[in-house]
Design a protein. Structure first.
Length: 447
């Protein structure tokens, strides 16, 4: 066995102070490393592997398409997989979001969505509309415009001179709001702060408001009041501002409905999607927009000014077609809702453990927020790196989670996200909960 760490390997790893187990195969919800150790993948890698690992139908679809042709330019040709995938997804999306533009990553999708919003206003003859409003906490990606829209100050600091000025308003975050999400008149939880921000900036200057319908790696599976996004829709309509729903992490059945925005009864102007749309078998993301927006661009400019070499990729789209059809055929979105209820019932045991402030979420997405004091909800000092130590202890216990930090005040705050494949069984959920308890016990002992 070689050493899989920097600088021993030629790989430029994402974490340069981490030693990596080498995975050699996957079996459903499980990953196996070269030593034979088994890990239950409780977060789908990064909220991606919704079908689990080594699904033969998706693998065959990839191989079949690659044998026909692997790449053609989206500027010159169309092809079966991209046409089929757009049709399959359009059947699931909120009304009117019928035009899909395919990319590779969530950051790319957010970048494209915000650029589309800007081009739409320019092509409509309203070039003053350029400001973006986003939430804090909030996360939308790592490319420069997506990073600008995000609220991760530690990630932004080195690149500050290159970033766009995005106006930030407080996110609806019941656990950390004085009203606990219960007050219909709370400016934050009722979206009143959005209207105030638009009026402050001038509606004639605001292009778009972007938000996740359920908190992903920002507010850690937090859900707003049921009427929050209805108010958002009303405010955006009244002030002629586009509402961009970022569903890269929380969409595609993850929260128990095809799209996390559905239970709120509203439709965004643009929706970003990614991660699970190919089950993780190919790099794939997209933006979905209505004809009324695309038609403006078509008539004025003739095309969306967003050229990317690997957009509309045949093999990626083939993986997407196979994934969407598999989800439909096996009713896995419905399964996400059903097993999600089981997951949250079982995680109630974790909520009773020391230093757990709250366990929350929807469907097969759950967040565990750790606090130094459950009474005051005071976070741990960032120097303790509680979330990172918990994630490492979870790997030792044979379960993967996703560590989240900084959500409490921009610097401090420790949490973990759980997002298992939709094929998870009740017995495997029990295994996840048991191993999470082991990991937390080990983390506490390190205090």
């Amino acid at each position: 066995m070689s050493s899989y760490r920097y600088p021993d390997s030629h790989v430029f790893y994402r974490k340069l102070s981490h030693e990596y187990p080498k995975i050699v195969r996957g079996e459903g919800c499980w990953l196996i490393d070269e030593r034979g150790k088994r890990y239950i993948d409780a977060v789908g890698g990064a909220y991606v592997a919704n079908l689990g690992h080594s699904n033969p139908e998706i693998a065959n679809a990839l191989a079949e398409q690659a044998r026909q042709f692997g790449y053609i330019s989206g500027t010159q040709f169309t092809h079966g997989p991209v046409e089929d995938l757009a049709s399959e997804l359009a059947e699931t999306l909120p009304v009117d979001l019928s035009k899909l533009y395919f990319l590779c990553s969530g950051s790319e999708a957010v970048e494209a969505a915000l650029k589309l919003a800007r081009q739409y206003w320019v092509d409509r003859g309203r070039p003053s509309k350029h400001r973006i409003i986003a939430l804090g906490p909030g996360y939308h990606g790592s490319t420069l415009l997506a990073l600008s829209a995000s609220a991760r100050e530690a990630h932004k600091a080195p690149f500050r001179p290159w970033l766009v000025d995005v106006h930030r308003i407080p996110a609806p975050y019941p656990y950390r709001c004085e009203c606990g999400g219960r007050s219909a008149t709370c400016p934050v939880c009722s979206a009143g702060v959005l209207e105030a921000a638009i009026e402050q900036l001038g509606a004639e200057n605001v292009a778009a408001f972007i938000a996740e319908p359920v908190g992903g790696s920002s507010t850690v599976a937090s859900t707003p009041r049921p009427d929050y996004f209805k108010r958002v829709r009303e405010i955006c309509d009244r002030h002629d501002v586009l509402f961009v729903a970022d569903e890269v992490l929380v969409g595609m059945g993850r929260t128990g409905t095809w799209w996390a925005i559905e239970p709120y009864g509203v439709t965004p102007d643009i929706l970003t999607l990614g991660k699970g749309i190919s089950g993780g078998y190919a790099a794939l993301s997209a933006i979905a927009a209505p004809e009324r927006i695309v038609n403006v661009v078509a008539k004025a400019a003739g095309s969306f000014i967003h050229a990317q070499t690997f957009s509309h990729h045949p093999v990626g789209c083939a993986a997407g077609v196979a994934t969407v059809r598999y989800l439909k055929q096996h009713k896995l979105v419905e399964r996400s809702a059903k097993l999600g209820r089981v997951l949250h019932e079982k995680l109630a045991a974790i909520a009773k453990l020391p230093y757990v402030g709250e366990v929350r979420g929807r469907g097969l997405l759950a967040g565990i927020e750790f606090v130094a004091d459950t009474g005051t909800r005071a976070p741990f000092p960032r120097a303790k790196k509680f979330a990172e130590r918990f994630s490492d202890a979870a790997i030792d216990a044979g379960v993967t989670v996703w560590a989240n930090v900084g959500h409490a005040d921009g610097t401090n705050g420790d949490a973990a996200l759980i997002a298992p494949p939709f094929i998870i069984t009740e017995q495997e959920i029990d295994e996840i909960v048991s191993r999470l308890a082991q990991a937390l016990e080990a983390t506490i002992k390190q205090q």
